[in-house]
Structure formats: C-alpha cells, structure tokens
Design a protein around this ligand. Structure first.
Ligand code: SF4
Length: 459
C-alpha cells in the first residue's frame, strides 16, 4: 500500500454539473436527464468519487456511476416529463420548486412511521433530532451533520437534503437529545446518523459525543456512527486538516470503556480498493473502534452474489465485520432499484454460501419497516405449500424479535406490505398489537407530521 497524497475535497451539485471534469463523457441526453431528476432528488458528487471510483469507460453501467449519478428512470415517466417540460420551457425557479415539492410528496418521503411513530416526547414536546423506535437504541441526527460527502441515488433519507422542511430531523441548539437520553435508562446504544455525521469537524463531533462520557450517561454502553465516509471520502482520516484530531477523539471514546463502532456503508467492492480507503481503515482500527459494514441490495449496483461475497471477504481481510444486507426501502426512486424478495433472498443465500464463517456475520436480507426489521429467513415448502419464512431482527415490541412467522409465496413481492400471512391467517401475529402501539403514540400531545403514511405495514 502506498501513502495517499493530500487531496482537497471538491463538491459538485446540480448547479455545478458543467464544471465536472468528466461530464463531457456523457451524452447531451444523459446530462439533461441528470438535470431533470436532480431537480427533484438530491445530487452531489465529489472529486474522489469522480477520479478514483467511477470507471468512466463503462458509462452508464458502472455501479459507482449508478450510485451517484441520476438516471432518467429514477423518476416515474409522468414525473420525469412534468419536470423536463418545465426545464425545457425555462420555467421560473419558483414553478420548478413547486413542481419538485409536489413530486417529492408522492415519493413517500418518510417511510416506516419515522415521523408519526418514532419521534419521542419529553415534557409534552417532541425531542428534536431523535428517533427512538427500539427500546435499547436511540438515533440522533446532529444538526451539523445533515449532508453527505456525495449523495447516493437510492438514499432513503433523501428528504433530509431537499427543501422539505417539515420532513427534516435535526437536533436543536439546546441539545435536548442529551436530556432525553439521560432520562431513559433503558437506552444502551446511541446511533449518531444523518446525513453523514463525519461531515462535521472533529471539534463539532466532539461536542456531541464527549458529553456521553459523563457519569449520568453510564447506561449508554455503545456509540455508533452511521457513515459512508470510508466509501466517499477516506481522506477524512488521512490528509484532512483535522484528521489526527478526529482519530484522537475516537481513541478517547474507545478508551473510555464504551464500545465505539462505525456502521460503515459500502455498496460495492470497488469502494474497498483504493489506497486511501485501505489506509483510512487501518488508521481507524488503530484507535480501537470497530467497523461493521452494511448496504442495501440494489438493482443496477450490486444485484450479483459475486459482488457481495467478494465485498464481504475483502471487508473481513481489512478487519471489518460484515453486518447487514438491507432491502431497498419504499421511498424515493425505489422502483429503479427494487428486486423481488424471492430473488433478493436467493442472491443473499448464494453470496453467503461462497464465504467462510467469518463473513457469515451478515444478517438479512432485512426490511426496515413499521413493526421492526423483518428478515427474509428463506423460502420453504410445508404440506406442498410454498411460503416465506420471516422473523424480526428488531421489533417495536422486543418480544417480537426472532419469532418465526410465515407469508404466502409471492414471486413479485418487493416489501412486507406486498405479503399476506400464510395458511389463510387474516393478519401477522404482531399486527393487532402494532395498531395498539401506534394509537398510543398518536395520543402524544405534539402533532408529528402531515398524514402521508397510509400503507399497512411499511409506512
Ligand atoms: S451516505 Fe447515507 S445518508 Fe448520505 S446519501 Fe448515501 S445513503 Fe443517504
């Protein structure tokens, strides 16, 4: 491994498309499509992704290109034409923004009850920037960490990055999340997420994390950072101005006796190949933190067992722990990336069969939906009836976790909503209790969000 040279980050958004050095390799049609889709969904790419990850000789099929550049079919035809017509007609900005917002509201901006059922209350007020869905784990969205080093085209947090203010999660200036966590002694795990929390400077990140070392937070045993920094900007830990300060912060947290973990988001083995990422992983591991890896399974990017098995194998070799394979969530441009559950499970099985036990730590394929994280365990045949075997890896009620349940076989189902209980049952075992839990939450005193969530189990 060679030492990486210093690299200064350059970010390119919709307004800077023409300044991307490689943009001339796209046809006029591709550039226009990018402009149209990026008027609705967030677009941002940096010079590391452009120079070191994308294979420009394989456009548009290259997986990292698909991961970061908009494609026409990421919007439904009716949405694409509406926006394309406005742009061609050089419509005023406010008209384009209004159309974009109307389209965004049709894309299920906050799935899985994120606004209606996951935001807790304290003193009859919502706690800003916090989601608390599972008893022991609390999510925190720091206000300064709500952007990313590049935006993933499939991102389920996309409303954080566009103009939908009612759908943004961020902590407040008073950092009420700390009071909430201090009161809730059942919380053992904090997941700091975004956006990407590593976009913050070392000193800002420290302002969020160091208070958790005080004695009143002794019940918090693990601090996790949900991040794609290793995939998108590994120079954060090598040559960025505060790289060493950041590593010292991690060392301090890891030395405190709490578990410090990166929940590192990698979508393709290409992201593990550069000198920069290898050096960054090595520097991070020297601080004592643990790196666990996760990704959704996505058409056009990683729907190939070979891609997954080589990614997991390489991660193990680099000292990381493969952790989750997710099913693409039911929001944003989901129709472009979705894969039927039957095929998703087969891809997972074929991939996991190729690796040794050390990489079989990956759980999934898992759907993060309203009742919890529902895992497709497999497809079985009972009394000549084909069916899905499911279980929850996490549940709104912890008692639901790891109770196997069954759904009728359906070749085209892509999400839990599409599945029906097997054996002629009317509903899954948790549904009645789920409704009760949601009614209880709805009785909270603060109105949570516009009523956009009308699907049965996913949102
Ligand atoms: S890094 Fe994470 S939050 Fe940011 S765009 Fe990608 S998936 Fe979304």
């Amino acid at each position: 491994m060679t030492t990486s040279v210093s690299k200064k980050m350059r970010l390119f958004g919709l307004q800077h498309l023409d300044r991307i050095p490689q943009i001339r390799q796209l046809s006029e049609e591709q550039i226009f499509a990018t402009r149209v889709v990026a008027s609705v969904l967030p677009f941002r790419v940096n010079n590391y992704v452009l120079d070191e990850l994308i294979d420009w000789s394989n456009i548009p099929r290259d997986p990292i290109f698909q991961l970061t550049f908009m494609q026409k079919d990421m919007l439904e035809p009716k949405h694409f034409s509406r926006m394309a017509d406005l742009i061609k007609a050089k419509a005023p900005k406010h008209e384009i923004n209004q159309a974009a917002n109307e389209i965004r509201l049709e894309l299920n901006p906050h799935p899985a009850g994120q606004l209606s059922a996951n935001v807790p209350e304290m003193n009859n007020q919502s706690v800003p920037g916090v989601q608390h869905k599972y008893r022991e784990t609390c999510l925190v969205f720091p206000s300064s960490g709500q952007t990313c080093f590049s935006y993933c085209t499939f991102c389920f947090r996309w409303p954080q990055f566009v103009g939908l203010q009612d759908f943004k999660f961020t902590t407040d200036e008073a950092n009420q999340f700390l009071n909430y966590i201090e009161q809730k002694k059942e919380i053992t795990d904090i997941l700091v997420t975004g956006g990407d929390p590593l976009i913050m400077s070392a000193s800002r990140l420290s302002a969020y994390l160091e208070p958790l070392l005080r004695p009143e937070f002794d019940h918090v045993r693990s601090i996790r950072l949900g991040t794609k920094v290793l995939g998108y900007w590994p120079y954060r830990f090598i040559t960025d101005r505060d790289a060493d300060e950041l590593l010292r912060l991690f060392q301090k947290l890891a030395d405190s006796g709490k578990h410090l973990a990166f929940m590192a988001h990698f979508n393709h083995p290409r992201e593990l190949e550069t000198d920069a990422v290898q050096q960054a992983v090595s520097r991070l591991r020297n601080t004592g933190l643990q790196i666990r890896t996760q990704s959704p399974i996505l058409k056009h990017i990683n729907d190939d067992p070979e891609v997954w098995s080589s990614m997991w194998q390489k991660q193990v070799e680099m000292g990381m722990i493969p952790y989750y394979m997710f099913v693409e969530r039911d929001t944003g441009p989901r129709q472009y990336f979705e894969i039927p559950l039957v095929r998703t499970w087969r891809l997972y099985q074929r991939a996991i069969q190729k690796v040794s036990g050390l990489a079989r730590t990956v759980r999934g394929p898992s759907m993060s939906c309203l009742p919890g994280k529902v895992c497709v365990e497999g497809i079985a045949e009972i009394n000549s009836q084909k069916l899905f075997v499911l279980s929850m890896l996490q549940g709104r009620n912890p008692d639901w976790v790891k109770r196997p349940f069954f759904a009728a076989y359906d070749e085209s189902a892509v999400w839990l909503d599409d599945l029906r209980p097997a054996f002629g049952e009317k509903e899954f075992f948790f549904e009645a209790e789920l409704q009760k839990l949601l009614r209880k939450d709805a009785g909270q005193s603060t109105p949570k969000a516009p009523a956009l969530e009308n699907r049965r189990l996913s949102s």
